[in-house]
Write a protein that binds this ligand. Sequence first.
Ligand code: ADP
Length: 430
Amino acid sequence: MIGRSWRRHGIRLFAALALLMLAGWLMGHTGVVLLVGLSGYLVWQLFNIGRLDQWLSDEQRSPPESLGIWADIFDQIHTLEKLNQRQLEQNRKIIREFRSMTDALPDATLVLDEQDAITWFNEAARKLLALKNPEDLGQPVTNLLRDPDLADWISAASQLESRFEMSSPLDVNVRLSVSALRHREDQRLLILRDVTDLHNLEQVRRDFVANVSHELRTPLTVLTGYLESLRGYDDVELTPAIERMQDQAMQMQALLTDLLELSRLQESTQSPLDEPIDVCAMLLQLREQAEEISRGRHSIQIDCERGLQLLGNRKDIESAFRNLLSNAVKYTPAPGNIHITWRREPDALVLRVSDTGLGIPSRSIPRLTERFYRVGSDRARQRGGTGLGLAIVKHALNSHDARLEVESTLGEGSTFSCIFPLTREVSSQA
Ligand code: ADP
């Protein structure tokens, strides 16, 4: 459009110049007439530039009236400005909709910058965490949610996609589950969800299992006592039945022991009683227990880095290592080799239990630590398994910031590795 009016303007200018030259020639003063004409043209241009400047600095006014190329320029700018306004209004609408959407979210959502300062939060964050807008914007989140474990969790880059549970700063009975997502290179999204109902339900389930297990223990002890005395009667018909009953009672006892152990571990999510553990001495003791189960069918070797002590809860760690060792014995047919190593590796402290046993199909490995998961339920039951051993191991390791890794080849053997962070080494804590 402007292109076309420029052409028109050019033609008019050219025609005016030609007329001026003709008039000047007729008057015998071509130069003077041309100068006067061009000065007039220059004044008109300056006048319009002034009006443009005035109009642009005053947002409210409608475009000035003008002629020729200037009328087109004013129109064009006016159209662009209207388009801009429309776009701006549309953007404002999108922001309003986004705000009302995020305010309708039941989860408290906060945006944190690189320094973990809050740059934005929604309505649920205001209600759930009593955050104030705009006073709390720009404040480090850990100044407002004062939980030392939360501060550690937020600062640990590796835990970005994990979850953290804490009590609400407003009411200790309200449990919040916190998760964080990297939203941009320099921004994180912190999402806090009220999981009080779920938490209470889980507590009820845990209490129920623990109570039932506890209550079943006494009658079972009475039953096994009577079965023991009945074995004294040398009755050919009764003896096989009593033996079977005794086997089943033992299996039930093992199950109750594991259930109680698991609920004890679940109760203490953090490991409060950290103490230096002489892992080598512990392994020697556990080997004696494993040899009792093995009854000479396995060779059990320990390769231990002397003096390498672990900071942890002795009872939990012993429970985890005992389960790994007894599994190695249970699932390794005679004659089998079991090899235990405890050493410091470049970036972790590692306990490995390797066996030359049955092995585990690769599809089962991710499910091993599920409660009651067994690889081929028959083979586990025949060997006195409860299906809870590795769940116990996982819980014990979790509360020590450690993880379990399993490598196995079916028919050749398995290696279970407990990987502890170097911060768990006793000397590094001193
Ligand atoms: P269980 O008490 O039945 O042994 P676990 O939780 O300790 O339960 O183990 C889960 C399953 O993993 C077991 O049923 C067993 O099939 C398999 N498993 C555990 N350790 C080993 C091992 N060292 N070799 C082969 N299979 C194993």
